[in-house]
Design a protein around this ligand. Structure first.
Ligand SMILES: C[S@@+](CC[C@H](N)C(=O)[O-])C[C@H]1O[C@@H](n2cnc3c(N)ncnc32)[C@H](O)[C@@H]1O
Length: 234
C-alpha cells in the first residue's frame, strides 16, 4: 500500500433520520477534506441531507449525477470514472467521504465504486443503520429469532424466483418494492402470508407510513419502501 495515499471513506448515513447517523460517521465527517454523494440526475441526494447539519460550512461537497434510467453498462462506466477521481484525490492526500443511505454494504448503490478502486487506495467502510433494522424497530418485531431463516431480496426478481424464496424463508424481506407491490401481494396471498406481512414506506422521512398488508393496505408503494413477511405474525 502506498503510504502517501489518503484513505477513501464509504460512509453509511442510516435511513434518513440524522439521529441514526453513527458517532463514528459524525466524527469522521468533522475531519474529512470533502464529502461526495451520488444522486439520480435532477434529484438531491438524501444522504447529504442527513449529514448536512454536521458539515463545516466551508467543506467542499460534490454530487455525482447518474442518469435516472442508466443501464448496467452506463452504471459501470459511471462508477469506474468515480473510482478514477477517488484515486486522483487520494494521491493528492485528500480524504474523501462518499455517502450512502443506510448501510453502504447492504445494497448500497455507492458501494459499486469498490470494485473499480485501485487496491493500493486505503478504503475505510463506516457501517450505518439499514432500513430493515429501522422497520423492525418501528414494528417492534424481531427480524429473526432462534433458527428462523431470513431471506432478503429485491422485488424486481421474477415470480418464479420469489416463489422459490417464499418456500424457504421464515422471514422474507423485500426491498425496492415500488411498482411491484400488487404482484408481491398476490404472491404472498398464494402462500397464505399476506396477513402476517407489513409494508414500511419512507421510514424516517415526512411520508413515513407502515401498513399491515391486508385489505386496507395501499395498492402502490414508493421506491423507498420494503415488505417484511413473516411465516407467522410475531
Ligand atoms: C438500494 S437499497 C439501499 C439500502 C440501504 N443501503 C440500507 O442499508 O438500508 C434501497 C431500498 O432500501 C429500502 N429503503 C431504504 N431506505 C428506506 C427507507 N427510509 N424507508 C423504507 N425503505 C427504505 C427500500 O426497499 C429501497 O428500495
Amino acid at each position: 500500500m502506498n503510504p502517501r495515499r489518503a484513505p477513501f471513506h464509504l460512509v453509511g448515513t442510516g435511513p434518513g433520520d440524522p439521529d441514526l447517523l453513527t458517532l463514528a460517521a459524525r466524527r469522521l465527517l468533522e475531519r474529512v477534506d470533502a464529502v461526495w454523494a451520488v444522486a439520480a440526475a435532477g434529484t438531491r441526494p438524501r444522504a447529504l441531507d442527513v449529514v448536512r447539519p454536521h458539515l463545516r460550512p466551508d467543506l467542499p461537497v460534490r454530487v455525482f449525477e447518474l442518469g435516472m434510467r442508466a443501464g448496467e453498462g452506463e452504471k459501470a462506466d459511471f462508477y469506474a470514472a468515480l473510482a478514477e477521481e477517488a484515486e486522483r484525490v487520494s494521491g493528492l492526500g485528500e480524504e474523501v467521504a462518499l455517502l450512502c443511505l443506510g448501510d453502504p454494504l447492504f445494497y448500497g448503490t455507492a458501494a459499486r465504486v469498490l470494485r473499480f478502486l485501485d487496491p493500493d487506495i486505503p478504503v475505510r467502510i463506516h457501517p450505518g443503520v439499514n432500513a430493515v433494522a429501522l422497520a423492525c424497530a418501528r414494528l417492534a418485531v424481531p427480524l429473526a429469532l432462534g433458527e428462523e431463516v431470513v431471506v432478503v431480496t429485491p422485488a424486481t426478481l421474477p415470480d418464479a424466483r420469489l416463489r422459490a424464496l417464499l418456500e424457504v424463508a421464515d422471514v422474507l424481506v423485500v426491498l425496492k418494492v415500488g411498482g411491484h407491490l400488487r404482484r408481491l401481494k398476490a404472491l404472498l396471498a398464494e402462500y397464505g402470508r399476506l396477513e402476517s406481512a407489513w409494508l414500511a414506506a419512507e421510514l424516517s422521512g415526512e411520508g413515513e407510513a407502515i401498513w399491515r398488508l391486508d385489505a386496507d393496505a395501499p395498492l402502490t408503494a414508493p421506491y423507498m419502501s420494503l415488505v417484511i413477511a413473516r411465516r407467522d405474525a410475531a
